[in-house]
Design a binder for this molecule. Structure first.
Ligand SMILES: Cc1ncc(COP(=O)(O)O)c(C=O)c1O
Length: 416
């Protein structure tokens, strides 16, 4: 078993032990120790994930499901074992409700194409919010364009919170689905998803939650949330790229047609007709990302060992510290000041383009993201083309924040 940092709830969160699990953090960038504050774009992987994938490739790799030989059975056990552990972690009723996808984007496209498109007509409506990542906007626009459906958008306020009082007014008997993010990648806003699901269900409307930013920062229980679909990406939750999950309620998934055809997803094929495999394989055409699923399973095990409640508490303290320290910088403007927030600080510095901020702080060894964060409607709302965004994970510490603040002071000096 690879090392995993302490999990004893009685002890303070041991960030230094956690950091030792992430080899990528132990390097110099431009001659300075790396400070990685871009985990909302993609998080880093612990040794436990790297080892699980390495072990899989060294010992167990073959194609899944089809073989009677030992390696194929081992690969199938590893792949299906990961599915089981993910199901358990998010409290799905059954592992057949866990569909492996390439990531959040593909999971949302699956729902848009397989759940929504067959029922959409030119009077249908899809409800999203002004706070969405492009991957929870564009798939809906594509199916809307194909069917004549329209998209209705729940607005946000000046803090970057959803105008939840207006939500119910957007629902009617033409609403096909509500699709909303659990936590905003651009601003860090934690959305009132329990209320959203409850209100939507009162109107008989199913809800898809984009959980890409929720999974790394908060406990997710899909039965308690009662969402109909939940999507997330492996690489944001300390697992590999190229893998993600769509959770769907079994009765809905059962009714949905496959959205991609090929091997693995069929029972029988003739030139006249094909019949399809049951869940979850009906939605997994072709050879899947086996090692990546194994890696994602290991990432979930790592989080379980650390304890997501402790992670969330630690990150909240770090976010408060970051917000306080950054607020001392002259000319800073926070973009997004929601009362419920997780792990993201988006900001601008007066008179300095965010890309210049990103470049100068990189020269100090500090990695932050600058740009529109795939949320152009959010940027439009705040009247900025881009922001600088520092996003935290449980392997960040106060020293990382201090280094960011110093690098921003340097940026201000450079730009006079
Ligand atoms: C809230 C949110 N939704 C969706 C996505 C898309 O995730 P992926 O590119 O892994 O499919 C992201 C990625 O940043 C995100 O933050």
């Amino acid at each position: 078993m690879t090392q995993v940092a302490t999990t004893d709830r009685a002890l303070p969160f041991d960030v230094e032990a956690v950091r030792a699990d992430f080899p990528v953090l132990d390097q110099q960038i431009h001659g300075k120790p790396l400070v990685y504050l871009d985990s909302a774009a993609s998080a880093q992987r612990p040794v436990a994930v790297l080892d699980a994938m390495d072990r899989y490739y060294r010992n167990n790799h073959a194609n899944v499901h089809r073989g009677v030989h030992t390696l194929s059975q081992r690969a199938t056990d590893d792949y299906e074992g990961a599915r089981q552990r993910i199901a358990q972690y998010i409290n799905a009723r059954s592992a057949c409700e866990i569909i492996f996808t390439r990531g959040t984007t593909e999971a949302i496209n699956l729902v848009a194409n397989s759940y929504a498109r067959p029922q959409l007509g030119n009077t249908s409506e899809i409800v999203i919010t002004q706070l969405e990542h492009h991957s929870n906007i564009v798939p809906w626009q594509l199916v809307a364009a194909q069917t004549g459906a329209s998209i209705r958008v729940l607005p946000i306020n000046d803090r970057g919170e959803l105008e939840i009082d207006q939500f119910e007014g957007l629902l009617n008997d033409r609403t096909c689905i509500v699709a909303v993010n659990h936590i905003s990648n651009a601003l860090g806003t934690i959305n009132p998803v329990n209320d959203i699901v409850r209100i939507a269900h009162q109107h008989g409307v199913p809800v898809l939650l984009d959980g890409a930013q929720a999974m790394p920062h908060t406990a997710v229980d899909v039965q308690a949330l009662d969402c109909d679909f939940f999507a997330f990406s492996g690489h944001k939750v300390f697992g590999p790229t190229g893998i993600g999950v769509l959770y769907g309620k079994e009765n809905l998934l059962e009714q949905m047609p496959p959205w991609q055809g090929g091997g693995e997803m069929i029972l029988s094929v003739t030139f006249e007709n094909s019949t399809y495999a049951g869940l979850p394989h009906k939605f997994e055409a072709g050879t899947p990302a086996i090692a990546e699923a194994v890696g994602l399973g290991a990432a979930i095990d790592y989080i379980v060992a650390l304890d997501i409640e402790r992670i969330a508490a630690y990150e909240q303290q770090l976010l408060d510290y970051a917000t306080e320290r950054l607020a001392t910088i002259d000319g800073i403007r926070f973009i997004g000041t929601a009362r419920e927030k997780a792990s993201v600080v988006s900001f601008t510095l007066e008179g300095i383009h965010p890309h210049d901020i990103g470049t100068i702080v990189d020269s100090e060894g500090v990695a932050i993201r600058t740009g529109h964060h795939c949320a152009m409607p959010v940027m439009d709302f705040f009247g900025v083309p881009a922001t600088a965004r520092a996003s935290l994970a449980f392997y960040n510490n106060r020293d990382d924040i201090d280094r960011l603040v110093d690098a921003l002071h340097k940026t201000k000096q450079v730009f006079g």
